[in-house]
Write a protein of this length. Structure first.
Ligand SMILES: Nc1ncnc2c1ncn2[C@@H]1O[C@H](COP(=O)(O)OP(=O)(O)OP(=O)(O)O)[C@@H](O)[C@H]1O
Length: 239
């Protein structure tokens, strides 16, 4: 079980995340939603220790998550990745295996198999020798999904995986989410638009600095909660 207790993050004295607490069980697909600037990305990064939290404890199976980061796959927003970096698709995915093989050894046969299987699962094996900068947005996202799969992690943190992707990629991502869920993995997925609020999620956290609502789709997506999180700016609810 993953536990977040009283997480708070400040940027130069300005509060971005405030007293966030929740628990996640294994085998769940959990959506984190909220308006722009609500602190969703900040929350994920602070959970991983990529930015300092001013308060809070993150535990996974009763131990600090920071001591177990090898069990977490993190897929940042596409806008945070340098797509001009000259690297082939298969090597991006192989990077997930360096923890197993080390930087200076050739990858084991097993790691090569894991990389191949991950790329096949997301429909990107035929692009294995392409440079990442030569791919479409959706294809790039699928390569990073393959990298996460190749890590053989238990917890998966995705930051806005559906931004700028095509329908095919969206379907691939949801298929993989479903497979991972059934393997007992835990998935935390930051969404951007309310329209992404698919019925495939088991639970939602609606946040705007602090948690506004938590629970199933029908518990969270009430007019009152949406108004609390987004103010009067939301005029359309899909899904
Ligand atoms: N490095 C930083 N330095 C200072 N302030 C920051 C930094 N990163 C984010 N912030 C601020 O913290 C708040 C939360 O930002 P964050 O990116 O976590 O929100 P978000 O919910 O992920 O937003 P979006 O949906 O737009 O990606 C915002 O007010 C943002 O301007």
């Amino acid at each position: 079980m993953l536990e977040v207790l009283h997480l708070a993050v400040n940027y130069r004295g300005v509060c971005a995340v405030e007293d966030v607490s929740f628990r996640l069980e294994a085998g769940q697909l959990v959506g984190i939603i909220g308006p722009n600037g609500a602190g969703k990305s900040t929350m994920l990064k602070a959970m991983l220790g990529l930015i300092p939290a001013s308060e809070g404890v993150i535990r996974y199976h009763q131990r600090s998550l920071k001591d177990q980061l090898a069990r977490v796959a993190y897929i940042p927003q596409r806008s945070q990745i340098d797509w001009d970096y000259p690297i082939a698709v298969k090597n991006v995915v192989m990077m997930a295996r360096t923890r197993h093989t080390g930087w200076f050894r050739s990858p084991s046969r097993y790691s090569q198999e894991v990389v191949k299987s991950a790329l096949m699962r997301v429909g990107m094996w035929e692009f294995k020798d392409r440079q990442i900068g030569e791919l479409s947005g959706g294809q790039q996202q699928r390569v990073f999904l393959a990298q996460a799969l190749a890590q053989e992690a238990e917890l998966f943190f995705f930051d806005e995986p559906f931004v700028g992707v095509d329908k095919k990629t969206e379907a691939v991502i949801f298929k993989v989410f479903d497979e991972l869920k059934h393997q007992g993995k835990t998935l935390l997925v930051v969404g951007h638009e309310l329209g992404e609020v698919s019925r495939q999620y088991d639970r939602f956290l609606l946040i705007n600095k602090h948690i506004i609502a938590e629970g199933t789709r029908s518990q969270v997506m009430t007019a009152e909660n949406i108004q609390k999180a987004y103010g009067d700016n939301v005029i359309l609810l899909r899904g």
